[in-house]
Ligand binder design. Structure first.
Ligand code: VAH
Length: 293
């Protein structure tokens, strides 16, 4: 049985449907602090209130549903975190702390995403390796370094099966963006339409993991390159204007390219999408939705 915290977010919305397809809808418990809408998951299944800052409600969910894997996705992202650092600190740091503490006694696997925001201005910018300088300057980044290190500590010290991927910006056609720096890369498709693979890291046998936190990367683009691809794939006349805000300064502190060779070697990570395929897929999924609304 799997518990997904923060299941109504950008990753959760798609991951829950994928997990339900793979393991059976009744075996995947989605949780969040908000109510789901009918568009959230493409496959119905159990949903529970779950506040990751409250260890007792979390413990109840784990015991009630006999959980053996937790995908801990509840988090406050980078841009929103800078607007309310106190809330980000509480949700992100207390959340992982509670999950790991419970995994010690209740024995379950913990998958918690990390991010390229766990790097900082002193990190090498090109082909950033897994092990490198990590001195982030956002509260989100600080709490994600904490997540990585605390997870690795619980793994070594208590044998908790903790695994983490450093994700770059996520682009999803299922959920609206939620307070990160790369929200624009999703918003651009809605604008274009209205105006003009999950890798199961959780299933890799433990003896193939040479480490617990892995860099991964698929594609890297600038807003201009994204607009060029929209023109090429779908809308030759699409126009774009640039109005960078405080999120650009945050993104400037992160690497430009990521070395994910260890993930490729250890558990055969390969991205399925490059820029044009992603753009094509986003239009295919979003066009019917936008037309319906
Ligand atoms: C954020 N999209 O900005 C995320 C991410 C690109 C880094 O973790 O919060």
């Amino acid at each position: 049985r799997i518990l997904v915290t923060g299941s109504l977010g950008q990753i959760g919305t798609e991951l829950v449907s994928r997990l339900r397809k793979a393991y059976g809808p009744e075996n995947v418990i989605a949780s969040d602090i908000k109510k789901p809408s009918k568009n959230h998951f493409s496959i119905d299944g159990p949903f529970e209130y779950g506040d990751v800052t409250n260890i007792d409600t979390l413990a109840q969910l784990i015991v009630k549903h006999n959980i053996d894997t937790v995908f801990h996705l509840a988090t406050v992202l980078s841009a929103l975190g800078e607007k309310m650092p106190d809330v980000a600190l509480k949700v992100n740091a207390t959340g992982i702390q509670n999950v790991l503490e419970l995994s010690k006694s209740h024995k379950f696997q913990v998958i918690a995403p990390s991010t390229i925001a766990a790097f900082g201005p002193q990190t090498p910018k090109e082909q950033t390796p897994d092990i490198t300088v990590q001195r982030p300057t956002t509260i989100y980044g600080v709490t994600k370094v904490y997540t990585e290190l605390l997870g690795e500590y619980y793994q070594k010290r208590f044998g908790v099966d903790f695994r983490s991927l450093r994700l770059p910006g996520i682009i999803s056609s299922e959920a609206l963006p939620g307070g990160g720096t790369t929200d624009y890369a999703i918003e651009i498709f809605y604008e274009a339409l209205t105006k003009g693979q999950y890798t199961y890291l959780s299933e890799v046998p433990e003896n193939r993991l040479s480490q617990r936190t892995y860099n991964i990367t698929a594609m890297s683009f600038t807003p201009k390159e994204l607009a060029d691809s929209i023109r090429k794939v779908k809308m030759p006349r699409f126009s774009i204007s640039y109005n960078p805000d405080f999120r650009q300064k945050i993104a400037d502190t992160w690497p430009k390219s990521i070395d994910d060779s260890i993930a490729r070697r250890d558990w055969k990570w390969r991205p399925d999408y490059a820029l044009d395929e992603m753009v094509k897929d986003m239009f295919e999924k979003l066009e019917p939705k936008v037309k319906k609304n």
